[in-house]
Design a protein around this ligand. Structure first.
Ligand code: CP
Length: 315
């Protein structure tokens, strides 16, 4: 595989290969030699036309740990803000010798458009396109769930996950539903009807409107950010009411199974979908998600790029 655009393009075997490779790379990162020479001489461009902290920085750290050269390109401060098109931007990056472009864009399908075009020849990695997908986030989430909850076995068979909140605007939810169910987990989406997408009945999930009826039965509570920037109207009566019915708080933490974990892709709206004490509780693996993001993204870059150069490794 040359690109990583959607979880739908990966088989369960390919997804597990990424997680296993990340596991091996995390052992290297924990050792004395943090940097591998694998991608020396390769140029990777972080093309971010939408804001990001975690994804942009962790792809940069991952590429640097594999010894690649990294060019950071954000729409703000570039000619994109003067109206330059995606085509002209891509062709400019191609002319500079980019071997891979990691793209975040507000338009769903932007990464696919770039990969389908003749504008550049390198790999394209989707770092989040509109409300469509965020595949590297789902892979790091699956990796974090496996590390915390799976003993023996390499998939997520039998793990029960609740994804809670603003599903309709969430590319993280879409990629996670595809990946977690592919790996054998059972997923329940918990949200008010207004925050569920049309056609959710055809997704391979259970849908619930009552958080309290679900929380005691799951191993993972994955909270989603309310994406106020994508809302042109209010999708719930008010923030207080949303928090009361769908927020994670101290009382709900007490209802969770003994070993159940709390996840959030970040950035968090503390006090809206999650209270500060829930985010910082012993159950929270939110910072582990960030740490694991680097090794999972190293695995993605390694499998997409190193194979064409030396070892034959490929996703
Ligand atoms: N989870 C995530 O995509 O975070 P950023 O927007 O900070 O990259």
């Amino acid at each position: 595989m040359r690109h990583l655009l959607s979880i739908a393009d990966l088989s369960a075997t390919q997804a597990i290969q990424i997680l296993d490779t990340a596991e091996e790379l995390s052992r290297v990162s924990d050792g004395p030699m943090k940097k591998l020479p694998t991608l020396r001489g390769r140029t990777i461009v972080n093309l971010f036309a939408e804001d990001s902290t975690r994804t942009r920085i962790s792809f940069e750290a991952a590429a640097k740990r594999l010894s690649a050269d990294v060019i950071n390109f954000s729409a703000k401060g570039s000619s994109v803000s003067k109206g330059e098109s995606l085509k002209d931007t891509a062709q400019t990056l191609q002319a500079m010798g980019a071997d891979a472009v990691i793209i975040r864009h507000s338009a769903s399908g932007a990464a696919q458009r770039l990969a389908d075009s003749q504008w550049m020849t390198g790999s394209v990695i989707n770092a989040g396109d509109g409300t469509h997908e965020h595949p590297s986030q789902a892979l790091l989430d699956a990796f974090t769930i496996r590390k915390n909850l799976v003993r023996g076995g390499n998939d997520l068979t039998g793990i029960r996950v609740a994804i809670v909140g603003d599903i309709i605007h969430s590319r993280v939810a879409r990629s996670n539903v595809l990946l977690l169910t592919k790996l054998g987990a059972h997923v329940t989406l918990v949200a008010p009807p207004t925050l569920l997408p049309a056609g959710v009945e055809s997704w391979p999930v259970t849908v619930a409107y009552d958080f309290d009826s679900v929380i005691a039965d799951v191993d993972v509570v994955m909270m989603l950010r309310i994406q106020l920037e994508r809302m042109s109207e209010m999708f719930f009566p008010n923030v207080r009411e949303y928090s009361h019915y769908f927020g994670l708080n101290r009382d709900r933490l007490k209802m969770m199974r003994p070993n159940a974990i709390v996840m959030h892709p970040g950035p968090m709206n503390r006090g809206l979908e999650i209270t500060a004490d829930s985010a910082d509780s012993a159950r929270s693996v939110i910072l582990q998600q960030v740490t694991n993001g680097v090794t999972v993204r190293m695995a993605i870059l390694y499998l997409l790029l190193a194979g064409s150069q030396e070892s034959g490794a490929q996703v």
